[in-house]
Design a protein around this ligand. Structure first.
Ligand code: 6PG
Length: 486
C-alpha cells in the first residue's frame, strides 16, 4: 500500500458517521489495532469520541473529508455509517470529490439493495468501488463483533475483507463476515435478516401478551418462563432480550416496564422492504407481513380509538386455573412460528436468486447469522443442518429436522391460537403461521373457487384436474366449456 500525503500518522481505514453504530465500530477497529480516521458532519461527535475513547487505540480525528482522504493509505478504505437514504447519497456525493480511482467505500447502513446497485454503478463510472455491507447486532454488536453480510465485486471485497473480518463476530472458529454475492446482495441479505427479525419479534410479543393476559404468571413469571426457554431449543438473542424487557420494573412508577411503554411501534423500513420483496417475488411470508401490519396498526391511534369506541373495547378474562394455554403449547407453537419465519426469509432469498439468475450459498448465509446478529439462535443450527442435508428440497419445511419442529408445533399452535381467538387476544403473526401451515397441508385449497371466479369475471381460463389444457366456461352464454389452448 502507498503512504498518505497528509500530515500526521497514516490511517488504514476511515469511519464516517459517528452515531452510536459508527462510533462503536470505529472503537472496535481501533481495539483490534487498526489506525482509524474518524469524521462526522457534526465535529462535536468526533471530539466526544476521542475524549471518551481515544485511549482505546488509534483514533485520528479529521475535520474535513479532504483531510480524511489525505490521511488514508491507498487504496483508501472508507466505512460509511450514516442513516440510509438521502443522507447516504449526500455522503457518497461528498466523498466522490475527495476519493481516487481504486478506493473502496463500504456502506454499512441499512440500505435498500436497489439503492446499493444504483450507487455502485455511479461509483464504478468514476473508478470507485462500493461494498454494500449489512451490519447486524446493534450498538453492542458494532463494538464487540457484528455479523456482516457483504455484497460487491470480489476485488473490492478482497480490499476490505481482512479489516471487517478482524472485527466481526465469531461462532466458534467461524467468522460471521462474508461476501454474499455481487452488487446489492449483502444489503438484500440484511433486509431479509430484518424481515425474520420482525416476524420473530412479533410472534414473541404475541406469546408474551397471551401469557400476561390469559395466565396468572404476571411479568415475573413471564420473565422466568422466557429465561427457561432461552436455555433450550428457543435459545436466542431475541428471547433473552424479551425476557429482560419482561422482567424490568419501571424506576419511575415501580410498575412493570411493559405497562408504561407506549404500544405504537416504529419501523425504520427494512422489515417493510423484506415484505415488499416477498410480495414482488411471490413468496408467501405471512408472519413477516403481519408483523409489519401490526406495527402500522399500532400507530393508528385515532382509528383504534374510533373502532374501540364504536364496537366497544375487548376485555380479555384470565383463564381459570388449568384452562390456560399450556406452557408446552406456547413453547412449541413459538418454535414452529420461528422456524416458519426463517424458512420464509430463506425462501425470499431463493426466489430473488431465481429471478436474478444467481445462487446464494444459504448454508454460508445462515452461518453468518450464527453469532453477532439480532436473529442468532439455536434454531439456526437446525436450519443449517436442514439446508446442508437437503439443499434441493422443494420446501424447507418439508425437510428434517425442520419438518419435525413444524409437525410437533402445528397442533400446539392451533391450541394457542384457538385460545387467543376465542378470548380476543390479537395474534396476527401466530395465526398467520398456523394458516400458512394449514394451507400447505390442505390437498385442495379454496383457490379452486378463485380460479372459477376469475374465469366467470374475466374469462381468464382455468386448468382442470382431470385433463390437460386451459379451459373457459361460457358463464354468460350457453354454459358450455371450451378449450382455450386447442
Ligand atoms: C440489526 C437490526 C437493526 C435495525 C434496528 C431497528 O440487525 O442490528 O436489524 O439494523 O435497524 O433493530 O429496526 P426497526 O426500527 O425497523 O425495528
Amino acid at each position: 500500500m502507498n503512504t498518505p500525503d497528509g500530515d500526521g500518522p497514516p490511517a488504514d481505514v476511515a469511519v464516517i458517521g459517528l452515531g452510536v453504530m459508527g462510533a462503536n465500530l470505529a472503537r472496535n477497529l481501533a481495539r483490534h489495532g487498526h489506525r482509524v480516521a474518524v469524521h462526522d458532519r457534526l465535529p462535536a461527535k468526533g471530539t466526544a469520541l476521542l475524549a471518551q475513547h481515544g485511549h482505546e487505540g488509534h483514533l485520528l480525528l479529521t475535520g474535513t473529508l479532504r483531510e480524511l482522504s489525505a490521511r488514508l493509505t491507498r487504496p483508501r478504505r472508507v466505512l460509511l455509517l450514516v442513516p440510509a437514504g438521502a443522507a447516504t447519497d449526500a455522503a457518497i456525493d461528498a466523498l466522490t470529490d475527495v476519493l481516487e480511482p481504486g478506493d473502496v467505500l463500504v456502506d454499512c447502513g441499512n440500505a435498500h439493495a436497489d439503492d446499493t446497485e444504483r450507487r455502485a454503478a455511479v461509483l464504478r463510472s468514476r473508478g470507485l468501488h462500493l461494498v454494500g455491507a449489512g451490519v447486524s447486532g446493534g450498538e453492542e454488536g458494532a463494538l464487540r463483533g457484528p455479523s456482516i453480510m457483504a455484497g460487491g465485486t470480489e476485488h473490492a471485497w478482497d480490499a476490505v475483507r481482512p479489516l471487517l473480518e478482524s472485527v466481526a463476530a465469531r461462532a466458534g472458529t467461524a467468522v460471521c463476515c462474508a461476501r454474499v454475492g455481487p452488487g446489492g446482495t449483502g444489503h438484500f441479505a440484511k433486509t431479509v435478516h430484518n424481515g425474520i427479525e420482525y416476524a420473530v419479534m412479533q410472534a414473541l410479543a404475541e406469546t408474551c401478551d397471551l401469557v400476561l393476559r390469559r395466565t396468572d404468571r404476571g411479568h415475573t413469571g413471564l420473565a422466568d418462563l422466557l429465561t427457561r426457554w432461552n436455555k433450550g431449543r428457543l435459545g436466542s438473542y431475541l428471547v433473552a432480550l424479551t425476557a429482560a424487557a419482561a422482567a424490568r420494573v419501571d424506576p419511575v412508577t415501580g410498575t412493570p416496564f411493559l405497562d408504561v411503554v407506549d404500544d405504537a411501534a416504529h419501523q425504520l423500513g427494512t422489515g417493510r422492504w423484506a415484505a415488499q420483496a416477498a410480495l414482488d417475488l411471490g413468496v408467501p411470508a405471512a408472519p413477516l407481513t403481519q408483523a409489519v401490519f401490526a406495527r402500522s396498526l399500532s400507530r393508528d391511534r385515532e382509528g383504534r380509538a374510533a373502532v374501540r369506541g364504536a364496537l366497544g373495547p375487548l376485555r380479555v378474562t384470565r383463564a381459570r386455573s388449568g384452562a390456560e394455554p399450556a406452557e408446552t403449547d406456547l413453547h412449541d407453537g413459538l418454535l414452529a412460528a420461528t422456524a416458519v419465519a426463517y424458512a420464509q426469509g430463506l425462501d425470499t432469498v431463493r426466489a430473488a436468486d431465481a429471478a436474478r439468475g444467481r445462487v446464494t450459498d444459504l448454508v454460508r448465509l445462515t452461518g453468518l447469522w450464527r453469532a453477532g446478529c439480532v436473529i442468532r439462535g439455536r434454531l439456526l443450527d437446525q436450519i443449517a443442518d436442514t439446508l446442508a442435508a437437503r439443499p434441493d428440497t422443494p420446501h424447507l419445511l418439508a425437510a428434517e429436522p425442520l419438518a419435525h419442529i413444524v409437525r410437533t408445533g402445528t397442533e400446539a399452535l392451533r391450541r394457542v391460537v384457538l385460545d387467543a381467538v376465542a378470548t380476543g387476544v390479537p395474534v396476527p403473526a401466530l395465526a398467520s403461521v398456523l394458516s400458512h401451515l394449514d394451507q400447505l397441508r390442505t390437498p385442495r385449497l379454496a383457490t379452486a373457487m378463485v380460479q372459477a371466479q376469475r374465469d366467470a369475471m374475466g374469462a381468464h381460463g382455468y386448468r382442470r384436474v382431470d385433463r390437460v389444457g386451459t379451459y373457459h366456461t361460457r358463464w354468460n352464454g350457453d354454459g358450455a366449456e371450451i378449450r382455450l389452448d386447442a
